[in-house]
Design a protein around this ligand. Structure first.
Ligand SMILES: *Cc1c(COP(=O)(O)O)cnc(C)c1O
Length: 398
């Protein structure tokens, strides 16, 4: 059968593929420690679940306006005002089925064949494929570990061409957990001030944050750019609600209207019940977030330290999100029996086969020198998993 050239152009999400593999191995009885999952291990808070149950019982189970209910848009606007010092009207907000869907809609309304999108690497796995599906072209800017995995203004400047349509900023980032300071964002903004380039700010890890300096969005740093910035955020990571599928964008009215139009011809509205739960998440008790973040922080401190104890492994200390992105390149070239490890993919396969530990190869995020481990799993699993990795790595010789 001949499928579309569109689908041939993209690869399946590597992180979701590994999760599927872990599930299959577990079904065979293998005891796998999973560092691959990209979602909080906590349960969705009870008051949020209750709001959804109440919505079902009240019969709030029909189509809603395509871009979300006014109630939820108002909750999003209030959140952006309260947390980010940003003012948006209802007409500038679009709610979708997760931030991934938000980004997909955005790419569909913004990019044409030949348009270039600047993406700092290491990047979230889905950006290049979402851009490719829209016909755009990703321009990858390799950041340096010594620069904290952050794009320098000079790097941005030299990546810009007359075809540049947008740049994606993800802070704190997946996979490295890199967070930009307000000053760094100002310097990035300065490069863009006199250019006709859009900025997509993926703030999904805003609340899972450990840095000394405050979280800032580039729109708040440089108000002159606000009419070219699209803020993307969601409830998946902050409130342990990945399965509910609610994300949103706030930006120029024209872009919001176009996203609404695209969404009206694909998913229609996001789930009515999940929208009610999202209102409760955004407006209800926020202390539950602090609780989850303090647990993440403890695990982060432990895992960074434990990885550093493994010979030939170096680990950047993340400032946000729930991943570590250790540099494992000094392991490359070493072997166990007749198995030689020379890439992140081979190391990940080796760890799964020999240590029963799942993680994601860095190459999926644009850096083959690293692997990504999620610490959104219990401390007990982290301790056991790191021990297994250490044993497997120490068996490598050469
Ligand atoms: C998880 C993630 C998303 C998508 O989250 P949704 O569950 O679709 O809301 C977007 N960007 C980054 C960087 C992520 O890690």
């Amino acid at each position: 059968m001949k499928l579309s050239s569109r689908v041939a152009k993209i690869k399946p999400s590597e992180t979701l593929a590994i999760s599927a593999k872990v599930n299959a191995l577990r079904a065979q009885g293998r005891d796998i420690i999973d560092f691959a999952a990209g979602e909080p291990d906590f349960d969705t808070p009870v008051h949020i679940k209750r709001a959804a149950i109440k919505a079902i019982e009240a019969g709030f189970t029909k189509y809603t306006p395509v871009s979300g209910t006014n109630e939820l848009k108002d909750a999003v606007a209030e959140k952006l005002r309260r947390d980010n010092d940003l003012e948006y009207k209802r007409s500038q907000i679009v709610v979708s089925c997760g931030a991934k869907h938000t980004l997909y809609n955005l790419a569909q309304v913004l990019f044409d064949h030949g348009d270039e999108v600047i993406i700092p690497a290491p990047y979230w796995v889905s950006y290049p494929d979402i851009v490719a599906l829209a016909g755009g072209h990703s321009v990858i800017v390799d950041t340096q570990e010594k620069d904290g995995f952050k794009m320098k203004p000079e790097q941005l400047k030299s990546a810009i061409t007359k075809h540049t349509k947008a740049v994606i900023i993800n802070s704190p980032s997946n996979p490295a957990g890199a967070a930009y300071t307000p000053e760094e964002l100002k310097a990035i903004a300065a490069v863009l001030l006199d250019k006709d380039i859009l900025i997509i700010s993926d703030d999904i890890y805003e609340k899972i944050y450990y840095a000394e300096f405050p979280f800032t969005n580039i729109a708040a740093c440089e108000p002159k750019l606000k009419d070219r910035i699209i803020v993307v955020n969601g409830i998946s990571k902050t409130y342990a609600m990945t399965g509910w599928r609610i994300g949103y964008a706030a930006g120029p009215e024209e872009i919001a209207a176009a996203m609404n139009k695209i969404q009206s011809q694909n998913t229609s509205n996001p789930t009515s019940i999940a929208q009610k739960a999202a209102v409760e998440a955004l407006c209800g008790d926020q202390k539950i977030v602090d609780k989850m973040v303090s647990e993440f922080r403890k695990r982060k401190d432990y895992i960074v330290h434990a990885l550093e104890q493994i010979p030939r492994v170096k680990c950047f200390s993340p400032e946000g999100a729930f991943y570590v992105f250790p540099n494992v390149s000094e392991i490359y070239g070493r072997s166990y029996k007749d198995r030689k490890i020379i890439s992140s993919t081979e190391l990940i396969d080796y760890l799964l086969d020999e240590a029963n530990v799942a993680a994601v190869p860095g190459v999926a995020f644009g850096s083959d020198d690293h692997i990504r481990l999620s610490y959104a799993t219990s401390m007990k699993n982290i301790e056991e998993g790191i021990k297994r990795i250490k044993d497997a790595v120490s068996k490598l010789e050469g």
